[in-house]
Design a protein around this ligand. Structure first.
Ligand code: HEM
Length: 105
């Protein structure tokens, strides 16, 4: 009985440890998929290989929603991100949904 309990504890400890140490798999989006999201209903931005869903932020953007919509759909917005204050970049980070799927070489 005691041995069974110890084995059970060991089993769950190992499982827990694995979830702490294994990096979470990131969502990957193809360029084709990203290109579909350039409307006020669904607006995605890209910087480098990072993909953001900025739809909930469009209405609140101090620079207006249109300026963001124009950059949606896959254009690299790294320079736009750099233009913003350090504090603002945290908002970008929070809106990250995944990465661009690498194209096969
Ligand atoms: C996740 C996406 C974005 C977020 C969270 C965001 C957030 C903000 C915030 C908080 C400000 C106020 C000032 C500052 O922090 O620098 C701002 C200003 C501004 N943003 Fe963005 N922004 C985003 C995307 C963009 C994009 C893609 C552009 C593209 C051109 C852009 C252009 C501007 C401009 C021109 C201003 C200045 C507005 C003014 O002072 O009248 N933003 N943005």
């Amino acid at each position: 009985m005691l041995k069974r309990n110890i084995n059970t504890i060991k089993y769950f400890t190992e499982k827990l440890f694995a979830t702490w140490t294994t990096p979470k798999e990131e969502c990957q989006f193809s360029l084709e998929e990203i290109a579909k999201h350039q409307s006020p209903q669904s607006c995605w931005l890209v910087t480098g290989n990072i993909v953001y869903d900025v739809t909930p932020y469009l209405q609140r953007h101090p620079g207006g929603g249109d300026i963001i919509l124009k950059r949606a759909g896959g254009t690299d917005c790294q320079r736009d991100l750099d233009f913003h204050r350090q504090q603002t970049r945290k908002i970008w980070k929070a809106l990250k949904i995944g990465v661009v799927k690498p194209t096969g070489k």
